[in-house]
Design a binder for this molecule. Structure first.
Ligand code: DGY
Length: 326
């Protein structure tokens, strides 16, 4: 008796153990045991060898990686909600379906944006460095004075699932009035949940907020949406929080504004050339810099992996994958 061959699936990085185990039961699975990112040539070769390739944000799935005109692969199951690292048009042109993992990381990403907001406003990074380096001389009324977050106005750019979770945390936890800029009109019922007000332009939001948090996708269309001119519109002493994608901020312009004390600080989890961070940001004491930890909890990383699996199972069962983006 012959059994049908199981689809061959490649994971480009190590995934949570429980997910790798479940995938191996259902598919002919190749995990990346070394956990090193693949080159474009390796991804291109994988497309000729596997039925599904499952990348992450550390894979540049650009035109070079998508070079094969007739790949064996039929689906890219991205481990992550953001997919600006994938050339979606080229993927479509060579017949690849692309899926992502929405919803399951909204809570943890919003939690991390809150972490950054509190850390930068309360100078927690500076304080920790001072203590660990043995420079703390004790309590005094003028030591490491930060900014009160409770009651300050939070401006959110991009009001999707993560932006909405951020609004809920800030509004109900810290009494923050919420302003929203979103390309399309937001359902008034959604705004009403956090008493949020949608403004007509990014400029209006920047001028009216004490903290600005970015929650819109990366990619060419949004590259440097937050540029020098817009950073100059922020209130003196305001904070910029980015848990979205590095490329949406002009990092050199941000570093210059931080150095000049034009804004109060920045809390960043993402960078345009990860894992490299530009020296000017590393030198800025009023920047809190985290290494892309937005979704990094065991519950969320497992949920992301199982969400990819749901998409692969649906696809290879001949159904529409639930999180198809292309
Ligand atoms: C996401 O899901 O977009 C995270 O930033 C990891 O890629």
């Amino acid at each position: 008796m012959t059994t049908a061959r199981r689809p061959r699936v490649l994971l480009t990085r190590r995934w949570p153990e429980a997910v790798e185990r479940a995938l191996a039961e259902r598919f002919e699975l190749t995990p990346n045991l070394e956990d090193k990112p693949l080159s474009a040539a390796q991804i291109a070769a994988a497309l000729l060898e596997y039925d599904a390739v499952c990348p992450t944000v550390t894979d540049k799935v650009d035109a070079a990686a998508l070079a094969p005109n007739q790949p064996r692969a039929r689906i890219l199951g991205n481990f992550g909600v953001g997919y600006s690292h994938i050339d979606v048009e080229r993927a479509k042109a060579i017949g690849l379906v692309v899926t992502n993992t929405p919803d399951v990381l909204s809570d943890c990403t919003a939690d991390l944006a809150m972490t950054l907001m509190l850390m930068v406003a309360r100078r927690a990074g500076e304080g920790e460095r001072e203590l660990r380096e043995g420079r703390w001389t004790g309590w005094r009324p003028t030591h490491l004075i930060g900014t009160k977050v409770t009651g300050a106005t939070l401006g959110i750019i991009g009001f999707g699932r993560i932006g909405q979770e951020m609004a809920a945390r800030a509004h109900f936890g810290f009494g923050m009035p919420i302003l929203v800029y979103n390309r399309s009109p937001v359902d008034p019922a959604i705004l009403a949940k956090t008493g949020a007000r949608q403004v007509a332009s990014i400029e209006e939001l920047l001028r009216s907020s004490d903290v600005v948090s970015l929650h819109f996708p990366g990619g060419a269309a949004n590259r440097h949406l937050i540029n020098a001119e817009r950073i100059a519109m922020m209130r003196p002493g305001a904070f910029l929080i980015n848990t979205a994608r590095g490329e949406v901020v002009d990092e050199e312009a941000l570093a210059a504004a931080l150095k000049a004390g034009r804004i109060g600080g920045a809390g960043l989890d993402v960078y345009s050339a990860e894992p490299q961070v530009i020296p000017a940001l590393l030198d800025a004491p009023n920047a809190v810099l985290l290494p892309h930890l937005g979704s990094a909890t065991s519950a969320t990383r497992e949920a992301m992996g199982f969400r990819v699996m749901d998409n692969l199972v649906a696809f290879f069962d001949g159904k529409e994958p639930p999180d198809r983006v292309a």
